[in-house]
Write a protein that binds this ligand. Structure first.
Ligand SMILES: [Zn+2]
Length: 317
């Protein structure tokens, strides 16, 4: 039986249910926790977060994958209490959102050291929480090209993925050639990698999604809901119809099994106001109905939200 690490323990992949593959309990830039302007009491954080996760659960959501890196506000004991309160499985990650969010302690580390950190967090646990990471996060720093540090983190992640069988999830899928080369050199099959943010308004045009899927990788349409229709859209927003047309085009070309979908929302943002009006529940409130209107049927929805994520998250023994 295939297994997945959640913050409350290892469960069969068959029990994940509907999965939101790239979300955040709370995401902030490293150091935002030191800025007193943004401090929240535990009560405020719970008040912002618990209703969203309860609604997710009531809507039929089973599993919430928290793609927050080591330095961006990851808080495992808090996730455990949220999972207990709401019944939602939470998968936590090891790794970093990008080289540019790795604090100096990690930024100066060797590939070998970073790989050992990731492997420890996956196989032994994250600190003294007793929880094991279920995915490895990596990413491309701001600037559109992979930096030397990004590449070091990707290589460490690839080694950890090969040793542990846990998959890799990327922030951004631009400049994928060096990433693909590293994964190949380290012997990691590309179906163990979800190349994320292939759909956002800033990067979609320069992301070679079909090339990546042609090489065997998976593609994340994981910023659904960050759309220009919002009252105050962020710079990475995209018109709703554009994104859906792009998605439907790829489904029509036969890529359904390589596509993963999410909303990349923050339950309770850290050090920034977040994007008003956007939550993980966009998946139920807008996205699934919109997909149905565009001809996506029950079997395809099951593939997108249950089968593909279970296949991806399942630890390869
Ligand atoms: Zn994210």
């Amino acid at each position: 039986m295939t297994k997945v690490n959640t913050v409350l323990g290892t469960i069969p992949a068959e029990e994940l249910g509907l999965v939101a593959i790239h979300e955040h309990i709370g995401y902030g830039m490293p150091g935002s926790e030191l800025d007193s302007k943004w401090w929240k009491t535990p009560e405020q954080a719970y008040e912002e977060t618990v209703p969203k996760l309860r609604t997710f659960h009531e809507n039929g959501g089973g599993t919430f994958v928290d793609a927050t890196g080591i330095c961006n506000g990851r808080d495992i004991d808090y996730y455990k209490s949220l999972s207990r309160k709401t019944g939602v499985n939470i998968v936590a990650c090891t790794g970093f959102v990008g080289g540019d969010t790795a604090l100096p302690h990690f930024a100066r580390a060797t590939v070998d050291y970073l790989a050992r950190v990731f492997i420890h967090e996956i196989t032994v646990g994250i600190g003294d929480t007793g929880s094991k990471a279920g995915i490895i996060k990596v990413g491309v720093s701001r600037g559109g090209r992979m930096t030397e540090l990004d590449k070091r983190i990707y290589r460490a992640a690839a080694r950890a993925a090969v040793v542990t069988g846990v998959p890799v999830l990327t922030h951004l899928a631009i400049d994928p050639e060096p990433a693909i080369a590293i994964f190949r050199e380290e012997g990691l099959p590309l179906d163990r990698v979800l190349f994320g943010h292939a759909d956002d308004g800033l990067n979609a045009a320069s992301t070679p999604s079909e090339m990546i899927m042609g090489e065997g990788g998976r593609i994340g349409f994981d910023t659904f809901g960050y759309e220009t229709e919002l009252p105050d859209p962020p710079f990475w927003a995209r018109p709703r119809k554009d994104r859906m047309d792009h998605f439907i085009d790829l489904v029509g070309k036969g890529y359904l099994d390589q596509l993963l979908v999410s909303a990349d929302a923050n339950c309770s943002p850290l050090g920034w106001p977040g994007v008003k009006g956007h939550t993980v529940n966009y998946i139920f409130e807008v996205l699934i109905p919109d997909m149905r209107t565009n001809g996506i049927g029950d079997a395809q929805l099951k593939a997108i939200f249950e089968e593909n994520p279970a296949d991806f998250l399942a630890i390869q023994a």
